[in-house]
Design a protein around this ligand. Structure first.
Ligand SMILES: [Zn+2]
Length: 332
């Protein structure tokens, strides 16, 4: 097997990706470089042709800085070798968060230095049969954002119910486009595609549709299933599903942690769940290009273990319908 290195924060080396029968296009590449012992899991991607010029002398695709390598008939390595810049250098940042509280978990420690604009996709209620939940969550987020110094004009409240994002993609794309234009966004930061929550995964789709070719898209960590092959799912927080592009981990100062903790405490309706997240660091990366036509990982997705009505197939069917309706494609 060929190898991939991390050298000064950039990926170098070679890889020979092969789509494994029955396993989709997911595999782990073991690095055999002397200076690097880590394994680099590779995500699946659409099949596209590759020019022979992109192939290394050993017949394997070769990573070079800033080059996307697409092996013929196999898979695209979602490679962006640049290290994610520090949030304070992102410029006018729009956090695209699926639910109230996601934005604080994502970037709360940086609110007073980044001054993000915040776009919510949902009102955080709707699935649970509690009529007042939407109102309660709106009050909670209002209080938290005020604490973080976010002005009300920098905030767009969510309009669809929890678990409803995939079914509302065309309308949400329009709203987000208008919002990013209004605030003159330099970049967006959102959830990764990891099967933790269907709205998180749909947020990733929406940001690709709005931002691809227009502005950088970064990702923050949310949560996913740490035991996808076990009948009992378990929550993994504060980490990306797999290493795809170099990550930026920022250890929060004592002051940043205190602010984040205070803001999280505003979300009293979510207190138990939020207690499962670490507030010592925040982690970001440049969003890779995903193949949403396949599940983000094998086994059971976290949200599929909750007994909700939505599973991956229903989610993808909604996304596919939205893409058809909009007449767009997400292929790289
Ligand atoms: Zn969420």
């Amino acid at each position: 097997m060929d190898h991939v290195h991390f050298r000064r924060g950039r990926l170098t080396g070679f890889v020979s990706p092969v789509c494994q029968p029955g396993k989709g296009c997911l595999r782990t590449i073991a690095c055999k470089g002397a200076e690097c012992r880590q394994k680099l899991p590779v995500a699946h991607h659409p099949v596209l042709p590759v020019s022979s010029a992109a192939m290394g002398s050993n017949g394997s695709p070769q990573f070079t800085s800033g080059t996307k390598i697409i092996p013929a008939g196999v898979l695209l390595i979602p490679i962006d070798t640049k290290v994610c810049p520090h949030p304070t250098s992102w410029g006018r940042t729009v956090i695209v968060a699926a639910h109230p509280d996601d934005e604080v978990l994502a970037l709360g420690g940086h609110f007073r230095t980044v001054h993000p604009r915040i776009f919510h996709l949902t009102n955080g209620a709707g699935f649970l049969p509690i009529p007042s939940l939407a109102h309660r969550r709106a009050e909670e987020v209002k209080k938290a954002l005020a604490m973080g110094g976010i002005a009300s004009r920098s905030f767009s409240a969510g309009v669809v119910p929890d678990q409803g994002v995939a079914a509302a993609i065309p309308a949400l794309v329009q709203r987000l486009k208008a919002f990013t234009d209004r605030v003159r966004a330099d970049c967006m930061v959102t959830h990764s595609f990891e099967g933790g929550h269907p709205d998180h995964d749909a947020a990733s789709v929406i940001c690709q549709l709005v931002g691809q070719g227009r502005m950088p898209i970064y990702e923050f960590t949310s949560y996913h299933n740490a035991t996808p092959y076990s009948p009992q799912s378990s929550l993994r927080t504060n980490q990306f599903l797999r290493l795809v592009t170099p990550e930026m981990t920022v250890l929060l100062s004592e002051r940043q942690r205190r602010l984040k903790q205070r803001m999280l405490k505003c979300f009293r309706s979510q207190a138990e769940f939020l207690g499962r997240f670490s507030i010592t660091e925040e982690r970001f990366r440049i969003a890779p290009r995903y193949c949403y036509a396949k599940p983000p990982h094998e086994g059971t997705l976290l949200y599929e273990s909750f007994g909700w009505r939505i599973n991956y197939l229903a989610w993808w069917s909604a996304v596919e319908s939205a893409l058809k309706e909009m007449g767009v494609s997400l292929h790289v």
